[in-house]
Design a protein around this ligand. Structure first.
Ligand code: ZN
Length: 151
């Protein structure tokens, strides 16, 4: 691993990678979606239970690089309890962080991924689970693939 790349693996990312949150299938899920990032080999399934407009429970399962797995873990902690509108807003913030490297005004664990912007190939790794989660929310059972998105 290069020194630059190791800079990516900040404490939040390392922590989520070592101790993933909300990992595994969700028996009570009423929505799910699969995400695939062929450019890196990352796979991610997101399971969630929508209670009206609110994400009551959310889990992920998958395999892939440290960035993709840590991002999925962090994503579940950020989206749990949020409304679908809030979830879309959070994704926009996260997308802005990973593509621009700009840290948000409010302190947020999402900022741990700001370093990803220097590694464009890794942006897909970071956003994969979010694409899957938003597809699950929309009830779009079609497979989420990073290839159909710019990033
Ligand atoms: Zn990856």
């Amino acid at each position: 691993m290069s020194a630059d790349l190791s800079d990516l693996y900040q404490n939040v990312i390392l922590d989520h990678n070592r101790r993933p949150r909300n990992r595994g299938k969700l028996p009570t899920a009423n929505r799910s979606a699969h995400g695939d990032n062929p450019s890196c080999g990352d796979q991610c399934d997101v399971f969630l239970r929508l209670d009206g407009d609110r994400i009551a429970e959310i889990t992920f399962d998958g395999s892939g690089c440290a960035i993709s797995q840590a991002s999925a873990s962090l994503m579940t902690t950020q989206l749990k309890g949020k409304t679908t509108t809030e979830a879309e807003k959070l994704y926009k913030e996260f997308h802005e962080i990973v593509t621009s490297g700009k840290e948000p005004e409010e302190i947020s664990d999402l900022a741990a991924f700001a370093g990803v912007h220097a590694f464009p190939a890794r942006i897909k790794c970071a956003t994969l689970s979010w694409h899957a989660a938003l597809n699950a929310i929309k009830g779009d059972a079609a497979q989420a693939t990073t290839e159909s998105h710019k990033d």
